[in-house]
Design a protein around this ligand. Sequence first.
Ligand code: FAD
Length: 306
Amino acid sequence: PYEVLVVGGGPAGAAAAIYAARKGLRTGVVADKFGGQVAETVGIENFISVKATEGPKLVANLEAHVRDYEVDIMDNQKAVKLASDGLFELELVSGAKLRSRTVLLATGARWREMNVPGEKEYRGKGVAYCPHCDGPLFKGKRVAVIGGGNSGIEAAIDLANIVEHVTVLEFDSKLRADDVLQRKAASMGNIHITTQAMTTEVTGDGTRVNGLNYTDRATGENHHIALAGIFVQIGLVPNAEWLKGTVDLTPRGEIIVDERGQTSIPGVFAAGDVTNSPYKQIIIAMGSGANASLGAFDYLIRHSDD
Ligand code: FAD
């Protein structure tokens, strides 16, 4: 059996695997798609000490760094079930079963998409999901934020300091964000909030976004807004559906971890975007992967004769 079996090959999983291997532990990584969200990212400018890079380049570096150690990488393998009979047993979609003394869950998350025409086509070409990452690309331009929850209004406030103007489109008749955030947004001169707005299409010139169409749900009228960017803030979905009933999750489906990255099951750890960590970024996921891996190491030395 493995001593540390990492599920997920994004920044959190890669960091966890390297830390485990450096402790001399028998380490495996199972990844549906090695690289995770980073593989889908165009420009990265906030990975500290690397001024600017691109997703695929960072993924290649991550993989090369992990392969520098004795780690079994099992790519294109999806985990579907976690069970325990003294040892942990991870079942893959292929039916194969892997056994390990500890498991480290780093399955990440995915942005909820609007599922409207143009969204996929213009992803990374004006359609963005991460204001911390992509906000500066829209300096001095007009953008929209889709979603009036806490993340949407926080994004609007953040972006309003950088861009010329922000339009917030909320589907419901009122915003769901906390009052303090709504007041802050109202106090900024360049945020306009439109409620009962259903986005129907992302428009573009073939290369980049140039606006969006929405329907006013109160009147049924259709409108077009000219924009350089669209930030979709309608939720981040943790890839933990398969763990429901196994480890404790928050109401939003995130794995609950303690300060050592341990879940509700001793010996099962979790790290990165799949956990209840409040901020989701590459550098944070890597730190949390290292943290949980050291947690697993600590667990193993305390349970060495189990
Ligand atoms: P992920 O990167 O999501 O990796 C999860 C891994 O788990 C993947 O390998 C996946 O295939 C695997 N997996 C999932 N389910 C299973 C399963 N059942 N079985 C096996 N494997 C599974 N952050 C920044 O800091 N800077 C940026 O500029 C930036 N830009 C971004 C742009 C975009 C478009 C997106 C989507 C995100 C961006 N982020 C950025 C956020 C950043 O990518 C994430 O915070 C980070 O990747 C989280 O790392 P993770 O390892 O926790 O999860």
